[in-house]
Write a protein that binds this ligand. Structure first.
Ligand code: CP3
Length: 365
């Protein structure tokens, strides 16, 4: 089932992720397809969020929107989907509530809850359950016509675990903490189950046409240095070890792997040893400090301007871009430019354009 796509015209992010010297730093933006774009709302219409994810035609249209609007300024696309399609594939109901975010009507309350063992023992058909994602990826690759590479992604086991037990977003992480501090073994069993689904899901995304993959550990920073070592790191490491093996088994070449452990800057040294090619940094990490911690390891960084600077003046955007470029050493090697987290609603698309232009100007010198 190997697909034939047009050759890549821009492989800057692939060369950078492999650690090569490059003419300038590639740039893309987490959540670059989304609510800050008027054309997103137009294409989405009144459709439910997950309905858009399940329609390859709509998902590919949304994926391409930023590539078309910011033509020549973005060096990668990311498939329009959500990290919560994995809990859905594992048998959980997830709804997207307008202006509130994701909601699970039946979160996993405790190990004694029948739903826990149902999810834990479900024989998940990752190919069939998430076929619409693979279709969207293949269709998007065709529509991209080699303009830029396409990134596939999944949520990290720890972050998905939090959503599955909390039932949605949270500030306090009460349920997640109850699980890990009262039921550590049952927590680990669930994390391992999620991890195995992630590996297969990512492999099938690569088979469908994803050219890099990113694992989003959005809630990594809620753990302590010692609990991060127990409840996040081993599962991230399992993915980076088993995905290449799985791809090899499927007769596919491995792809660069990005991990984004948001907020876990306390663990950066050890994250650089997790087996990923690229480590995403949030805006609370000083680039020069990260470069020091990396030392001579062949790790590429990604990030990391404060997404909030896009609410600022042009001068603030320029200054932030300049500091970032200098902090990462100019951008001829070892760095993929991005923001330190996803772009937020109400940002003016032209302010993102200015940021992209500034980074491109400053890294092309
Ligand atoms: O452009 C892209 O980056 C691709 C699309 C993408 C979405 N979600 C679309 C989306 C990606 C990569 C994600 C990942 C995702 N989803 C994460 C990890 C990244 C991060 O921000 O930490 C998380 C935690 C989720 C879960 C999720 N999905 C939340 C918390 C929300 C609601 C709040 C929010 O920030 O929007 C969503 C909804 C969502 N996912 C929207 C989009 C465009 C908004 C839906 C809408 O209201 O129209």
């Amino acid at each position: 089932m190997a697909h034939h796509f047009e050759p890549l015209k821009n492989d800057l992010i692939l060369r950078t992720a492999r650690g090569e010297d490059v003419e300038r730093a590639p740039i893309w933006i987490m959540r670059q397809a989304g609510r800050y774009l008027p054309e997103y709302h137009e294409a989405k219409g009144n459709r439910d969020f997950f309905e858009c994810c399940r329609s390859p035609e709509i998902a590919s249209t949304l994926t391409l929107q930023p590539i078309e609007r910011f033509s020549g300024l973005l060096d990668a696309s990311i498939i329009f989907s959500d990290i919560l399609v994995i809990p859905q594939a594992m048998g959980m109901v997830v709804e997207m509530v307008d202006k509130k975010g994701p909601h699970f009507p039946h979160p996993l309350k405790s190990p004694h809850d029948g739903q826990y063992s149902k999810v834990l023992h479900k024989d998940v058909d990752v190919e069939a359950e998430l076929h619409y994602v693979y279709k969207a990826i293949t269709l998007t690759r065709k529509k991209l016509k080699g303009r830029v590479p396409l990134i596939g992604f999944c949520g990290a086991p720890w972050t998905l675990f939090c959503y599955m037990v909390e039932g949605g977003g949270t500030k306090l992480f009460i349920e997640s903490k109850k699980w890990i501090y009262r039921h550590p073994e049952e927590s680990k069993a669930l994390l391992q189950k999620i991890t195995e689904v992630c590996v297969e899901y990512l492999a099938l995304q690569v088979r469908a046409g994803a050219q890099l993959i990113q694992v989003f550990d959005s809630w990594a920073g809620e753990l302590s240095p010692s609990t991060f070592k127990i409840f996040s790191e081993p599962y991230l490491a399992y993915i980076s070890k088993h995905l290449p093996a799985k791809l090899d088994e499927m007769g596919l070449k491995t792809v660069p792997m990005i991990v984004f452990p948001k907020g876990a800057n306390f663990a950066l040294d050890s994250i650089c040893n997790l087996g990923y090619d690229v480590v995403g940094l949030d805006w609370q990490m000083d680039p020069a400090e990260a470069v020091k911690i990396r030392g001579d390891r062949p790790i590429v960084f990604q990030g990391n301007a404060d997404p909030g600077v896009l609410y600022g003046t042009k001068e603030a955007i320029s200054e932030t871009a300049k500091e970032m470029v200098e902090g990462f050493g100019g951008g001829k090697k070892g760095w993929i430019a991005n923001l330190g987290h996803g772009i937020t609603p109400l940002v003016k698309p032209d302010d993102l354009r200015f940021y992209l232009e500034e980074v491109q100007r400053l890294t092309s010198k």
